[in-house]
Design a protein around this ligand. Sequence first.
Ligand code: SF4
Length: 323
Amino acid sequence: MRPFSYTTVSTVRSAVLQVSPDPKALYVAGATEVLNLVREGQIAADRLVDIRALPLTSIRPGAEGLHIGALARHVENHPVVRRDYPVLAQALLAGASPQVRNMFTPGGNLLQRTRCSYYRDVRFACNRREPGSGCGALEGNNRYNAIFGGSDHCIAVHPSDLAVALTALDAVVRTQGPAGARSIPIEELYRLPGEEPHRETVLDHGELITGIDVPASRFAARSHYLKIRDRASFAFALVSVAVAVDVRRGVVRDCRIALGGVAPRPWRARAAEAALTGKPLNEESRRAAGQAAASGATPRRHNRFKVAMVERAVARALSEVGD
Ligand code: SF4
């Protein structure tokens, strides 16, 4: 394993000052991801800065929405989250295993790397890990890869369940970097791969996620997360769906539908939202929304099944939020 130095910090300012000027420095919190990547050689870090002592652990519900600190623990157990943001609690409970969730931090989860097996195995070519080296998944086994948003350089999918739920809730990510604080709508946090798949987010090096704000909305309370995977626990999504609907007088006034396991970032299914808005929530409109969600997909050799899976998963997730 590559040797690295390890330091702890107690303020956000000192954390940013330590990591920003050093391209080989990284933040570490729960250590469920970074240490594996350093050990296995996917990322080269000489210095890990432990941020667990930073005061970023609060979960604050209020009239304007919900604030989640980047280091908040067990968000899924907070009574207000379970009651008013069920899609969030369900997505968190669908992630990893209880042991990993004990170490989980929301900020770290949003920045986890793809599970593409060619990225994880350093013997294979991977543009995301080593720019310009090629992409093993394009002609290899691409069962788990993207059907939306990929490029000729990368078809990886983003693995976070939390990010998909937050996309359906219009969440905003708060950051602190050397140039100051920023608020980034979660849909704008992740880049599509294009010709530069190694540039995964819009964050600058050393820019630290400090928290997540979920705005109050009419649709958050009527929401659901559905995750379809190869086994019932400790597996990443083949397809996941986060739905949130505002139904008044029997008609969908507003809705959000976001997909996971199908694109390099959480994938907002706007065509499905348009198909559902203004309609009664019934079998016909659910099926139409599912078909709209799958439209425009560009599957590869081994993942054509995901197209039909998206169609059915969207319809099924919508059936869970009632008529
Ligand atoms: Fe690497 Fe992306 Fe290709 Fe996977 S799909 S091998 S992450 S470039």
